[in-house]
Design a binder for this molecule. Structure first.
Ligand code: NAP
Length: 254
């Protein structure tokens, strides 16, 4: 893996945690790929990273991680532009927040297709490129505390994130011999559009803040700093692990 100006692909990075992760990699001088459903949003995010964060080269690409053909096209476009891929961050995800007893089977399948199968497509197709490059790589999965604890309106989400964790562990066993590490960051409650409706109601926000020992809701860059560490040369002997970044929330719940 190159030690400078690495090529970092982040899925679902036009906004939210993915964009925060991109901002953190930007401080390391890396070249960035913002892969997101919406091409215009991905291109706008890439342009903003260049203008505001001084990123030397950032590329915005359309990609639906649930669609293998779309992922394949994104990976080929990255290699055509940059010639290589050093780091993949599997961040794209959805959480419909629908009670499991009212959930349509199609919604269940979509959550698993995006969160779980999407991470499989991206990791397998990017790892093929990393193996061919011959100098290792890093894969970081963004899971969730919901891989361990969930509720009635997050059964699909928790199942997808638990599956994602074991997908990460399995890829770690498969790719270690190629110098490719696989790890996960499990965020707690982070302020993004996905969870904003919680914080806009005073009751739930105060309840959750009270249960987070560090006393605040997390930010996208809290997750980004952890992803940058797991993708760093210093983390070369760390693989197959999950780093919880939750202000102590799960420890408090346990
Ligand atoms: P978000 O604000 O909803 O942003 C998600 C991004 O992913 C959006 O840009 C979205 O594009 C994109 N996306 C959705 N489906 C996609 C697909 N099929 N292919 C490619 N991109 C897709 O969510 P977030 O809060 O930043 O969450 C990011 C990740 O962190 C997710 O995996 C989530 O499960 C995880 N997480 C979040 C929290 C939290 O508290 N926020 C906690 C734990 C874990 P569009 O804008 O076009 O929809």
């Amino acid at each position: 893996m190159q030690s400078t100006a690495r090529v970092v692909v982040i899925t679902g990075a036009a906004r939210g945690i993915g964009y925060g992760i991109a901002e953190c990699f930007a401080t390391k001088g890396d070249r960035l790929v913002i892969a997101d459903l919406n091409l215009a949003a991905a291109q706008a995010a890439a342009a903003k990273l260049k203008e505001e964060k001084g990123v030397g080269d950032a590329l915005g690409l359309a990609c639906d991680v649930a669609d293998r053909t779309s992922v394949q096209a994104m990976v080929e476009a990255v290699v055509a532009h940059f010639g290589r891929i050093d780091v993949l961050v599997n961040n794209a995800g959805i959480c419909p927040f629908v009670d499991v007893m009212k959930m349509a089977p199609e919604m269940w399948e979509k959550t698993l297709a995006v969160n779980l199968t999407g991470a499989f497509h991206c990791t397998q197709l990017v790892a093929e490129k990393m193996i061919a490059q011959g100098d290792g790589g890093r894969v970081v999965f963004i899971t969730s505390l919901a891989e361990n604890v969930t509720g009635p309106a997050q059964v699909d989400y928790g199942a997808s994130k638990a599956g994602m964790r074991m997908t990460m562990v399995g890829f770690a066993t498969a790719l270690g011999k190629h110098g490719i590490t696989c790890n996960a960051v499990a965020p707690g409650m982070i302020l993004t559009d996905m969870t904003r409706f919680h914080w806009e109601q005073p009751g739930p926000a105060e309840h959750i803040k009270a249960r987070v020992p560090v006393g605040r809701i997390g930010t996208p860059t809290d997750i980004g700093h952890a992803a940058v560490f797991l993708a760093s040369p210093e983390a070369s002997y760390i693989s197959g692990v999950t780093l919880r970044v939750d202000g102590g929330h799960q420890a408090c719940c346990a």
